[in-house]
Ligand binder design. Structure first.
Ligand SMILES: Cc1cc2nc3c(=O)[nH]c(=O)nc-3n(C[C@H](O)[C@H](O)[C@H](O)COP(=O)(O)OP(=O)(O)OC[C@H]3O[C@@H](n4cnc5c(N)ncnc54)[C@H](O)[C@@H]3O)c2cc1C
Length: 317
């Protein structure tokens, strides 16, 4: 990747300026530069260091969307998961998930068998063009005995068996973000970290780029572009306000717990007492358990996690 060069941002005239170098901004930068568009990206901090790092490292297929009856989203997720496997095979690995089945309306074997049948059909091309070691087996049901063996902590009362499916684990989310940055850079995009977008440049009613601040060089300058894309994650609302759009973006705070106890190499899924599905995902020899969600709305500045929030999450789980 070329050295950081903020002068090239100040001097260039771009088709697209992307605000935010998380996974969305970097993927847009790669896509735009591949299509021959003159692309610039500014990231206020480091690439992929915000939400795109602090997540549960799973590239989901469509099962969660099937739960809510969204077949279109389920199909899109399967296709995007495959696209990622084709683009970044070294940064993914297949990860099995298991959930217990019970004598209940939604978590019974019949409901899951039906969901799996749809998933198998929607995902029938999930492995096309993907390296053999990343091929995902189809989802399947398992017996009660096998489930108890694979998932020793599963609630045994009313357990009728288990359901198993595969997604990808993103082995290293930072490397994935940097891989997108490198690909964009290789196709001519100009990317700079530690450059914060401040205010839009307005010309005859249109936005013509952004006034930005180089946080390392401590100077401000303009980046001019025909189109400005807001990929600022939790700060997207603040950027929208500078554009003159007053609509509020409502944010909840989400977190994962990292355990110090080693975890087995299989991901476990189980509902909370309130019915929300949680997953325990093996990660670097430990486990990531999540995702907790605040019940009230938060601001992007609310990043700290209190002992009370951790206790509440453990009680919920
Ligand atoms: C606890 C948790 C677990 C999750 N688990 C998963 C999972 O397992 N699988 C999954 O697919 N998704 C998961 N997600 C969702 C996923 O993390 C997000 O969808 C994704 O990371 C969002 O990426 P982004 O690029 O929009 O945001 P971010 O990664 O937050 O990037 C936005 C960037 O914009 C920058 N920025 C903000 N303001 C400015 C400015 N003025 N100028 C320049 N730059 C600016 C920020 O510094 C930041 O780097 C999880 C989310 C959470 C919170």
């Amino acid at each position: 990747m070329r050295a950081r060069d903020v002068d090239s941002l100040a001097e260039g005239a771009f088709d697209i300026l992307i605000v935010g170098g998380g996974i969305y901004g970097l993927a847009i930068a790669r896509e735009a530069s591949l299509r021959g568009l003159r692309t610039a990206l500014v990231e206020a901090d480091d690439f992929g260091a915000a939400t795109s790092f602090n997540h549960q490292k799973t590239a989901h297929g469509g099962l969660r969307s099937l739960q809510s009856g969204r077949l279109d989203r389920a199909r899109d997720s399967i296709l995007e998961r495959r696209a990622l496997a084709r683009l970044a095979p070294r940064l993914l690995r297949p990860l099995p998930f298991i959930v217990g089945t019970y004598r209940s309306l939604l978590k019974n074997r019949l409901a899951l068998a039906a969901a799996f049948r749809i998933d198998r059909w929607l995902g029938r091309r999930r492995n096309e063009g993907v390296e053999p070691e990343l091929h995902l087996p189809p989802p399947r049901l398992s017996s009660r005995a096998a489930t108890l063996k694979l998932f020793p902590g599963v609630r045994p009362d009313g357990l009728t068996g288990g359901a198993m499916w595969y997604d990808y684990q993103i082995v290293d989310t930072s490397r994935l973000a940097i891989a997108f940055a490198e690909a964009a850079d290789a196709h001519g995009a100009r990317l700079a970290n530690y450059v914060e977008a401040l205010q839009p440049l307005k010309e005859t009613g249109a936005i013509a780029g952004m006034r930005v601040r180089d946080r390392l060089g401590r100077r401000e300058f303009d980046v001019r572009a025909r189109l400005t894309i807001n990929a600022a994650g939790a700060h997207a609302g603040a950027i929208m306000r500078t554009f003159g759009v007053a609509r509020e973006l409502l944010l909840v705070k989400a977190m994962n717990l990292v355990t110090s106890r080693p975890a087995s190499d299989i991901a476990l899924a189980a509902p909370t007492r309130g019915g929300r599905m949680l997953t325990l995902v093996p990660w670097r020899g430990t486990a990531l358990i999540g995702t907790s969600q605040s019940t009230d709305f938060k601001t992007p500045a609310d990043l700290s996690v209190s002992a009370a929030e951790i206790d509440a999450f453990i009680a919920e789980a």
